[in-house]
Design a protein around this ligand. Structure first.
Ligand SMILES: Nc1ncnc2c1ncn2[C@@H]1O[C@H](COP(=O)(O)OP(=O)(O)OP(=O)(O)O)[C@@H](O)[C@H]1O
Ligand SMILES: NCC(=O)N[C@@H]1O[C@H](COP(=O)([O-])[O-])[C@@H](O)[C@H]1O
Ligand SMILES: [Mg+2]
Length: 388
């Protein structure tokens, strides 16, 4: 049952996915825009291409003729995926899922208009003038994001009229892909936010992981924990929305569905049709299968009978502080000596300020208050410094 998987994107999430695939005898070709990317280090083969270039994508798909194409990032010429599906290749979880989530407009209109999910009020803008109008309509404070970006790139919050020009410039600079357009969302004053890992399976029921809580800075996650404290009513609402949106996108695989929890109920924010960065907490052994194993099993149509919560866990990111072609990691011995705590170094060949280079993972028995475990992971992360 060996399948050939073409992995598009080779960061830390891809690396753990490849390790899961290697463990059950699958073959993976890892692709990214630079050499020696984390997932390439553990795959059978690799390709370095610009994944936004359709002709380049066509070339490597034809060269490797994979059974599965597994997107690991958003910035890919995903329009080509529909064609690969026609050729009989399974795009994971589906061409539609990858294509719609690459562009915030497609997924937001689907969620809010077609499926009627509760989201922040929003508008789009293609120029600074349109942005001004959109801000007036949505009201301040509001959040501006490029239609194509991730990990908070190009994202800022507008609090006063003076912020508008800066927000426009920042969004244009942070835009990936070739579309210059932004979404303006009303600021949701949430009590907390969660990722609900949702697994859709071929011929088997959709399964949900215990909710993951997280804290973000600069639009990028800093700590995540599982399980998050969520009321039964909110969890049911979130599961219902996750079911609707994943069913509409189609295919089998793991999705990271993001929600804001407020006094007025649950707001759908966005989703990844693939393992989620905040889901790295599952590497702490919180579940019987981590999120990468779940994604793989769902893709290969290996039935997942149940997902069980085994431990309470937390992850805290290790960020670089400077540009370097030879990043070094100090303080790892101290981390290694701690109980119920572990670490991963992704092996990224270069660093830049705030680039995520590794992660601290802590766990404890199921009765332990999750806050305690988060505190331990967070404190442990301060022991590590990454410099040139
Ligand atoms: N409308 C909003 N109101 C309040 N906070 C928001 C809003 N939109 C985004 N945020 C904050 O910014 C974070 C990042 O936003 P979002 O998930 O849309 O960006 P992203 O670039 O797609 O990030 P990633 O790719 O890492 O998921 C959210 O998790 C949340 O903390
Ligand atoms: N929120 C999306 C996310 O976490 N994506 C993960 O980060 C990598 C890019 O990292 P880089 O920017 O350091 O190369 C991606 O390849 C993926 O693993
Ligand atoms: Mg997000």
């Amino acid at each position: 049952m060996q399948k050939k998987i073409l992995l598009l994107g080779s960061g830390e999430l891809g690396k753990e996915f490849v390790i899961a695939a290697q463990r059950i005898g699958q073959k993976v070709i890892a692709v990214d825009s630079y050499e020696n990317a984390p997932a390439m280090q553990v795959a059978h083969g690799f390709e370095v291409i610009n994944m936004l270039d359709g002709a380049e994508l066509d070339r490597i798909v034809a060269k490797h003729n994979p059974d599965f194409i597994v997107p690991e990032i958003e910035a890919i010429r995903t329009e080509r995926f529909y064609e690969y599906e026609k050729q009989g290749i399974t795009v994971v979880p589906s061409a539609k899922a990858a294509n719609f989530t690459m562009n915030r407009k497609a997924i937001r209109d689907l969620a809010a208009k077609e499926l009627g999910l509760r989201t922040a009020n929003y508008r789009y803008a293609t120029t600074k003038d349109e942005l001004e109008k959109a801000v007036t309509e949505v009201g301040m404070p509001c959040v501006v994001k490029p239609l194509m970006s991730s990990s908070g790139k190009g994202q800022s919050t507008i609090k006063t009229q003076d912020d508008i020009e800066k927000a426009w410039k920042y969004a244009v600079e942070g835009s990936r892909g070739d579309i210059i357009e932004v979404i303006v969302e009303a600021f949701v004053n949430f009590n907390s936010e969660i990722t609900l890992l949702t697994v859709t399976q071929n011929n088997h029921p959709t399964l949900f992981c215990a909710p993951i809580g997280h804290r973000q800075e600069r639009g990028d996650y800093q700590e995540s924990w599982q399980p998050a404290r969520v009321s039964q009513k909110d969890i049911e609402e979130a599961q219902d929305m996750a079911r609707k949106v994943t069913e509409s996108l189609g295919g089998a695989g793991l999705f990271g569905v993001e929600f804001f929890l407020t006094d007025e109920g649950v707001y759908f924010s966005e989703l990844s049709p693939r393992p989620h960065d905040t889901g790295m907490v599952t590497l702490a052994g919180t579940q019987n299968f981590n999120e990468f194993e779940l994604h793989l099993r769902a893709i290969l149509s290996l039935p997942i009978a149940e997902i069980t919560l085994e431990k309470v866990g937390a992850s805290a990111v290790l960020l670089a502080s400077e540009n370097s072609k030879n990043p070094t990691y100090n303080g790892i011995e101290k981390v290694a000596g701690l109980v119920k705590t572990d670490f991963r170094i992704f092996g990224k060949p270069t660093s830049r300020p705030y680039r995520r280079m590794g992660v601290i993972l802590s766990n404890d028995t199921i009765e332990t208050p999750v806050e305690e475990v988060v505190e331990r992971a967070k404190k442990t992360a301060t022991l590590v410094t990454i410099k040139s």
